[in-house]
Design a protein around this ligand. Sequence first.
Ligand SMILES: Nc1nc2c(c(=O)[nH]1)N=C([C@H](O)[C@H](O)COP(=O)(O)OP(=O)(O)OP(=O)(O)O)CN2
Ligand SMILES: [Zn+2]
Length: 149
Amino acid sequence: MAKIRVTKKFHFEMGHALHNYDGLCRNIHGHTYNMEVTLLGEIREEKGHPKDGMVIDFGKLKKLVKDKIVNVYDHSLVVSQIYADKNQEHLLKATERLIVHDFQPTSENMCVYFAGVLQQELPEDVSLYSIRLYETATSYAEWFAEDNK
Ligand SMILES: Nc1nc2c(c(=O)[nH]1)N=C([C@H](O)[C@H](O)COP(=O)(O)OP(=O)(O)OP(=O)(O)O)CN2
Ligand SMILES: [Zn+2]
């Protein structure tokens, strides 16, 4: 049976600050993140089945990514534990949606983290092929399963 990739695009607004970064991005600022999630799987060939002809229903992929990533990170402020420890009092006053990770919230690290989240949630008959995460219109990071075997 043919293997094929399917991709869905998402976007969310997220603030972050890069601890000790040697440029403007050490300050709290925000981006519109655009994310492309690509899955690999076989096309269901089952005449009469509601999902006949699909690798995964785009609606199912949308719900999964929205529940696990978009609705969690949209309008949040993401900082590293080091940054949070230094600015805790200030941060808790500034936002209701503070997310602290044990890594610097760069596009590379967020991309790897999101890949881990999705890999845990996907149905067994499809696999995560790649994630492309645009931080700005001109900058993105990409995670590929092939690179991380
Ligand atoms: N390798 C990385 N470099 C930088 C990251 C990152 O996540 N990975 N992040 C930042 C800043 O947070 C911010 O995204 C600035 O990115 P940059 O592309 O430099 O943004 P500009 O607005 O200057 O982009 P232009 O389109 O070139 O104007 C910094 N570096
Ligand atoms: Zn940034």
